[in-house]
Each structure stands twice: as C-alpha cells, then as structure tokens.
Design a protein. Sequence first.
Lengths: 226, 251
Amino acid sequence: MIAPEDWNAIGLTLRLAGISTVVLLMLASPLAWWLARSQSAWRAPVAALTSLPLVLPPTVLGFYLLVTLGPDGPLGRLTLLLGLGTLPFSFAGLVIGSVVYSLPFAVQPLLHAFQNMGDRPLELAATLRASPLDAFFSVALPLAWPGFVSAAVLSFAHTIGEFGMVLMMGGNIPGQTRVLSTQIYGHVEAMAYTQAHALAAGMLIFSFAVLLGLNLLQKRGLRMGS
Amino acid sequence: MVRRNWIRFWSLFLALTAQCSWAAEVQVAVAANFSSTMQAIAPVFEKESGHQVRIITGATGKFYAQIKNGAPFQVLLAADAQTPLLLEQEGLAVAGSRFTYALGSLVLWSRQSDLVDAQGEVLRSTRFKRLAIADPRLAPYGTAAMQALEQLGVLPQIKDRLVQGESVTQAYQFVASGNAELGFIASSQLIVDGKRLPGSSWLVPESLYSPLRQDAVLLKSGQANPAALSFMLFLRSPRARTLMRDNGYSH
C-alpha cells in the first residue's frame, strides 16, 4: 500500500527531524541557559524573538526564508559569497527552516528545567570550586535531563509535522525536499485518497505514540525528582 | 453642464438599481491564475448590472472539495475543464451551464533580460541551475509544462534541475524571488497592472501542450440567483473578453 516514493519521503522526513533535533539541542541549550540566568536588558527581547515561530504562520516563515535565503536576500548573498550556492530547494535549507520553526519547542522545556533547578545547586558547585562550565556539565545537565528529553522529543515530533514552511521553500524535489507532509498534501490534492490515508494514519499513530511516551516519561521523571 | 447631466444620470441610475429587487450578490470561486483578471472584470460587471460580486480565490482542486462539502459559491471559474465537468456529473452544478471562458497560454520566463531566447533554446543549455514549474499532478500549467518539456525532448537533461510549486502562482514566486532562474508560468502572470514584467520570455507554441481550457460552471446554489445568472452571461460579453485578452488570455 505504501509506494517506494512514499518510503523515500518517510526516510527523508526522519533524517530531517533527526538532524534538526541535534542542531536544535546544541543551539537551544546555551540559549535556554542564558535565558534562565541572565539579568541583561536583552533577555526579554531575545525571549520574545525565540518564541516568535510559535505565533507566525509557517507559510509566512517559509516565505521570508525563501526571500532571505534567495539570491537577493541578505543571507542568500552571504551563502553565495561563501560559495555554498543558495539554500532554498535543498535539504540544508530545510534543516535551517526546521531549526527556526522548532526553536521554541526546544528552548521552552530546557528553560523550565533550568529555572526549576534554582540557584542552589550551582552555588554549591561554586563553593566546591567548580568552574561555571564544569558546573553546567556535571551539575546542571544531570539535573535537567527530563527537560532535555522533552526538548528532543518535541523538536523531533514538531519537525516531522511541519508543512507550510516546506511547501513555501522546498520545491517538492524527491529525496531532497519532498517530505511526508508535502507528500500527503500532494496525494490529497491529486485525489489519491487511499495513499493519503495510509500515510496520514501512520503519521497520526506515530504522533500519538510519541506524545504518550513523553507523558509517561514526564510522570516518571517527576516521581524520581520528588 | 454636460458633466452635471452625467452626474444626474448616474445618481438616478444608482438609485434605481439599488432599489431594484434584482440587485443581488454572487460569490464566485476563482482559480488562482485568473484572480488578477477577475479583479479587473468584477467592478465593470458590478457597474453594468448593479449586482455585487464577492471573489474567493484558490486552487481548483480545493474548491472541488469545498463545493462537495457545501461551500456557498454560486459560480466556479476553474483552472481546468475537468473539475466543472465532474461537478456537473455529480449533480453539484447546473447541467448545460458549462463553457470555456478563457484559454491559458504557457510562457517560459526569466527575470534576466538575456536568458530566454525566442525559440526556447535556453532549455537545452546549462545556463540555468533551476527551472520552476507547477506540480504536474496538481496544476494544469504544470501538466502543460511537462508536456512541452517532453515534446522538446529536453526532460532527461533538465530533470535534476526542476523545482515544483504547488500551483503556478508558486512557480512564479520561485522565479520572481530569484531562487529559480527560469520558470514556466501563465502568460496572464506576465502582465501586472497592465504592464509586462521585466526580463525575458518565450511564449511556448500551442503545439507543444494540450490546450489550457479554463471552464466556468453555474453551481446548484446559483441556479436561481439573478446575480449569478447575469455574471455567467457577462463573462461571454465583448467587454469581459477584451479585459481577458488584455490580461494575457485568448479564446
């Protein structure tokens, strides 16, 4: 029932979500850490900027990415100058788009985890003469692990479900930018409902399983924490 | 003096038409590629008939699904001939009301003034990295573009350079934003506010693709609506046809 090009789209989507999640965790950890601890006047504007993708319609986000990353846009000029070509219609472009799109889903759980931790553990670490970096890796990270799990799962799941952004800047290239959601859209628009149903049902079950797992995990994390 | 008479005439005309019981409203679902032309036609129709037009633009395939689910449209101006036929067969449109209101033409367009030549030979070259088309599965202009590429025998060598938009509007967007050097778009998109877009273009010969017939159909909910009936008539009038020709459609 699931055709080879559908499997292709599924594989591409999983790869996109996986790579985006890794990039997101690397970006969001220092960002959330800074947001949780900074007293700077920049804190509020940066926090607002980080949450912006929650509010903006994905198609708007995709359109701006198409224009900014295009040959006339500031970032497009930069990538051309660096000899990278332009990023729309490429897998790398989608990774960048997904990172922007899912950023709040990675930052928020980490931010909460860091905030809930409070200052005490770090103060204690400081009295034991741990450097701030050492304190981050040996105290904060182990304490905040449920936050990291939430951030990773949510980023992954959210990227799997992204659609409007990909539609705007993907160009529907098999193996490059034709992901699961745009493939389902294509099937529906072409009235190939059986194929669409198979994929959509699979996606629904997957999403439910992920969220169920996350909930069970959080419950366990809470119990362990208390 | 003459002007004042005109004002009197128009105020009388407006007062009369406003009071007439046949001043009604029609909701027209319009294919995305015809949207700017429809914007030009609607005010002329409103002035001549006294009726009101409400325009809803979108993809024909979506309109089909919406109409099947009871969308309150009275007229559909589709991007193809199939959808109106299907609606008629399914009893959602008034039998015998279908007609071709416009014929679209396919154009190869680039923003660069020296890229597209008069024979479309650029397609055989390596002077471009990306060629934008509408998704051939979803949009008639995409199907036409694929037919033309096949007829020209260039499909194998450019296959890896194709990018697809979900509609011809998006194909246009990809070229207009500079992300694709070349793209197959509708000739109606080449005219914006009565002016031709800058760059270079090639009007693809009609022998290279099957005609882009765009059909109009009166939907069931419009069969007793005077505004809908009057609009269907107006679409065939010389005035409407002139406006369509000015916007890049033929008949």
